[in-house]
Design a protein around this ligand. Structure first.
Ligand SMILES: NC(=O)c1ccc[n+]([C@@H]2O[C@H](COP(=O)([O-])OP(=O)(O)OC[C@H]3O[C@@H](n4cnc5c(N)ncnc54)[C@H](OP(=O)(O)O)[C@@H]3O)[C@@H](O)[C@H]2O)c1
Length: 260
C-alpha cells in the first residue's frame, strides 16, 4: 500500500539515533523530504548524505534555535513553507525515584519533555496549516499510563504530554492538523546500550535484555526494535490515517497489564 508520504516534508526531532533515526530512514525510503536535528553535529553527520535529507544541530529546549532550524528546513525544501508532519521524538528518560530526585531533576525533566513538543510545534504550526494532510506524532512512553516509581519524573512528565496531546488534537482539528502519540515500552536503542554499559553487570547485552524484558513483564519476551516503532509513526503520519486524531498507539510488546 502506498502511504502517500512521497514528496511531502516531515520534521523529525532527535533523528541521529534510535527511534528518530529509524523514522528518518523509513521516511526517506518512502520518498519524503526529511529535516532532522540533534544536539551533537557529529552524530547527525553520521546519518550520511541524502538529497532529500536536511540536518542541523539544534537543542529542542532552545525555542529560537528550533525556529531557525525549521526556517532553514523550509528553505532547503523549496521555500513554500509547507510542512506535512512533525515527529516530536528528541529526548531521554531519567532513572530516579522520588527520594533521589531534587528540584533540578524535576525542572530539567519537565522542561525537556514539554519544550520538546511545544517549541517544534510552535515553529512548525504555520507550515502545518499550509498542508492538506498535516500530522503531528508525539513519541511518548507507556509510562504515561503505567507510571514506574524508579522513573518518577519521566512518568509524570510523560503523563502530562499525553494530556497535552489530547488538548492539541482538539484545538488543531479545525486547522486540519491531526495529533497522535506512540507510547513506547522497552525499545532497543542507545538509551539501553548506555544503561547496559553503566550497569557493568557482567551479562552479555542479549542476556541482559532478556532479563530486563522478563523483569518488566513484556509479553513478547524481548525488547522492541527502532524500526518497529518507525512503522507505527509512519502509519500515523500517512494521509491514509486521515480520520485518526487524539489517540495513542502502544508499541510495547504487550507490557500493559490493564485495558489501555
Ligand atoms: N528506547 C526506549 O526504550 C524508550 C522508551 C520510552 C520512550 N522513549 C522515548 O523515545 C524517544 C527516542 O528515544 P531513543 O530510545 O531512540 O533514544 P536515543 O537513541 O538516545 O536517541 C535520542 C535522540 O534525541 C536526541 N536528543 C536528545 N536530547 C535532545 C535535545 N535536548 N535536543 C535535540 N535532540 C535531542 C539525541 O541526539 P543528541 O544526543 O545528539 O542531542 C538522539 O538523536 C525519546 O523521547 C525517549 O525518551 C524511548
Amino acid at each position: 500500500m502506498d502511504l502517500g508520504l512521497a514528496d511531502r516534508t516531515y520534521l523529525v526531532t532527535g533523528g541521529s539515533s534510535g527511534v528518530g533515526l529509524a523514522t528518518v530512514r523509513a521516511l526517506l525510503d518512502e520518498g519524503a523530504n526529511v529535516a532532522t536535528c540533534g544536539r551533537d553535529a557529529d552524530r547527525l553527520q553520521r546519518i550520511g548524505a541524502h538529497e532529500r535529507l536536511f540536518t542541523a544541530p539544534c537543542d529542542v529546549r532552545d525555542a529560537a534555535a528550533v525556529r531557525e532550524f525549521t526556517r532553514r528546513a523550509a528553505e532547503e525544501f523549496g521555500g513554500d513553507g509547507v510542512i506535512d508532519g512533525l515527529v516530536n521524538n528528541a529526548g531521554q528518560s531519567r532513572m530516579k525515584g522520588f527520594a533521589d530526585s531534587d528540584a533540578e531533576d524535576w525542572r530539567d525533566e519537565l522542561e525537556l519533555k514539554f519544550a520538546g513538543v511545544l517549541h517544534p510545534l510552535h515553529a512548525a504550526l504555520p507550515g502545518l496549516r499550509e498542508s492538506a494532510a498535516a500530522s503531528v506524532v508525539n513519541v511518548n512512553a507507556v509510562l504515561a499510563k503505567q507510571p514506574e516509581p524508579r522513573l518518577i519524573t519521566t512518568s509524570a512528565a510523560r503523563a502530562g504530554i499525553l494530556n497535552l496531546s489530547a488538548s492539541l488534537a482538539r484545538e488543531l482539528a479545525p486547522d486540519g492538523i491531526r495529533v497522535n502519540s506512540v507510547c513506547l515500552g522497552l525499545i532497543d536503542t542507545g538509551q539501553w546500550t548506555r544503561r547496559h554499559a553503566a550497569a557493568a553487570c557482567g551479562l552479555s547485552y542479549d542476556d541482559w535484555q532478556a532479563e530486563l524484558a522478563a523483569d518488566r513483564g513484556v509479553a513478547l519476551g524481548r525488547l522492541g526494535r527502532a524500526d518497529e516503532v518507525a512503522y507505527a509513526i509512519l502509519a500515523l503520519l500517512s494521509p491514509r490515517a486521515s480520520y485518526i486524531t487524539g489517540t495513542s498507539i502502544d508499541v510495547c510488546g504487550g507490557v500493559g497489564r490493564g485495558i489501555l
